[in-house]
Unconditional design. Structure first.
Length: 151
């Protein structure tokens, strides 16, 4: 029985750049502890802007950074790190500044500053999906994660 978390890369047959942003699968041993965070959205960037607007929270890149920083802080307060994240679900709404499409590239640009680096090489499994609406009208992205750790 293994006491390590095993991360399996996506198939080398997938040549698209996005295929290197996540693990294909992750095996978590029975003795590992896990934590699942509720969806996290951005904190206000510009409190002088009209509340509940994109101007209040920022664009997708800005919101993604806010979300990942919050997730990092929540995890660290509970003795986990972003390197322990094994699953991520990111929900997006249409971005009026991106021709009405979700800004997946903006998200990935920031995401790759936190995951898959020499300092933090672990990639979670990941789902990105567009939804009709998020609870907070100014949010463009909301992220839920699960982290696992063998203590």
């Amino acid at each position: 029985m293994s006491d390590v978390i095993l991360r399996h890369n996506t198939s080398a047959q997938l040549k698209e750049p996005w295929a290197r942003e996540f693990s294909e699968s992750i095996e978590i041993p029975a003795g590992a502890r896990t934590i699942t965070l509720s969806g996290v959205g951005a904190l206000p960037l510009n409190p002088d802007a009209k509340p509940h607007t994109i101007g209040y929270f920022g664009n997708t890149r800005t919101q993604t950074r806010s979300v990942l920083e919050q997730i990092s802080g929540i995890l660290e307060a509970k003795s986990y790190t972003l390197g322990d994240v094994v699953a991520m679900q990111a929900l997006f709404v249409a971005d009026p500044e991106n021709d009405g499409e979700p800004d997946f590239d903006g998200f990935s640009g920031v995401y790759l500053e936190y995951f898959g680096l020499a300092a933090q090489p672990n990639l979670p499994t990941r789902t990105r999906a567009q939804v009709v609406r998020l609870v907070e009208p100014g949010w463009l992205v909301e992220v839920t994660v699960t982290a696992a750790k063998v203590f």
